[in-house]
Design a protein around this ligand. Structure first.
Ligand code: ADP
Length: 335
């Protein structure tokens, strides 16, 4: 159920779209961020101007795209979606920016992966709603200023540390999304179950919530697999807690919600590297996954639940990880 690596087909994407809340009041959890965004949007509405630029950071599946859509929806403005990898030249960005209509919300996902030359153009655009277009080459080159329609940029990144400071400083509001609590995920599941037309009793919802890695996208995916399981093996349009347990076992989601890659990473550190410290790239090669996925998807959750530590010399497994894998901790501590 990891974000990268798994091919998500179009049907799944369409379902994900249908499950997205469209207003801040429907958006579960992230209390603080919701309050801050509400104020930001309200102030912009009173002054009838586009809202300040917003930077959202945090692991995949926590609601960054959803919040960008909500910004557009709540302020009654159109939304343009793009992503860092799609902006490989300053020209790509110039084309995008110059086609925005007044007040439009521009969402750039994975903004840390945008080309350097585009980044510099973006500074000026964010600050003055203006860009300089270079025409010609060498000694005869000149720059032509181009006025832009005022817009709101919503940038999303899994790695805010990778953003250059001048870019980060130009966002009026920066929010870091945290992993969700189990009871919040239970509410996400409750809402999605209604949309999907599947009956899920509270105990079963709680079980899904506990095993969703703190991530709404995963909660929604697990719910769909549980629905499938109930359809094929169980009570048709209603799923029991037994259906949840059987479905999640089938998809290798363990009792605390770790998936195969999470366990492979822990297992490598504990068994192959004797608890660490081990460097990120060595670890990535050892589990056959990209370092970026390990760093931005796997590790943050393992750190958050206290299974993994990041030290200057590398990653180390914590006693809790040994206990979970059923391996005796080298210090012989009774776990
Ligand atoms: P990101 O852009 O951070 O990767 P998305 O915004 O695409 O994450 O969210 C992934 C899925 O999780 C969407 O289907 C969305 O409906 C759901 N989701 C995310 N956050 C929430 C939330 N706070 N409340 C309800 N559903 C959420």
């Amino acid at each position: 159920f990891h974000d990268s690596g798994e091919a998500v087909d179009e049907v799944e994407l369409a379902i994900e779209g249908a499950l997205r809340p469209t207003s801040l009041s429907e958006f579960v959890g992230q209390h603080k961020v919701r309050g801050q965004m509400k104020l930001l949007l309200e102030a912009a509405r009173i002054q009838d101007r586009p809202a300040d630029h917003i930077l959202l950071s945090g692991p995949p599946g926590l609601g960054k795209t959803t919040l960008a859509m909500i910004v557009a929806h709540e302020s009654g403005r159109p939304l343009r979606m793009s992503s860092g990898p799609a902006i490989q030249h300053a020209g790509d960005l110039a084309a995008l920016l110059s086609s925005l209509t007044p007040g439009e919300v521009l969402f750039i996902d994975e903004i840390h992966r945008m080309a350097r030359s585009a980044e510099e153009m973006l500074y000026l655009a964010m600050e003055d709603f203006r860009i300089d277009i270079m025409v010609g080459k060498g000694a005869g080159a000149t720059s032509i200023p181009l006025e832009l329609a005022p817009f709101t940029l919503v940038g999303a990144t899994t790695r805010s540390g990778l953003l250059p400071n001048p870019l980060r400083d130009r966002f009026g509001f920066t929010a870091h999304l945290e992993y969700y609590e189990a009871d919040e995920l239970e509410r996400v599941v409750e809402r999605s179950a209604i949309v999907l037309g599947v009956g899920v009793p509270a105990v079963a919802r709680a079980e899904i919530g506990r095993r969703s890695r703190g991530t709404p996208r995963i909660a929604n995916r697990l719910l769909r697999r549980v629905r499938d399981y109930a359809l094929v093996h169980g009570g048709g349009s209603s799923a029991s807690v037994e259906d949840v347990k059987a479905a999640l076992e089938l998809y290798d989601v363990d009792r605390i919600g770790l998936d195969r890659l999470d366990r492979a990473v822990l297992d490598a550190i504990v068994r192959r590297f004797r608890g660490g410290p081990v460097g990120l790239s060595t670890l990535a090669v050892s589990v056959g996954e990209e370092a970026d996925t390990i760093e931005s998807v796997v590790e943050p959750y393992l750190v958050r639940i206290g299974f993994l530590g990041r030290t200057p010399r590398g990653r180390v497994a914590m006693p809790e990880a040994y206990a979970h894998l059923g391996v005796t901790h080298p210090e012989g501590a009774a776990l």
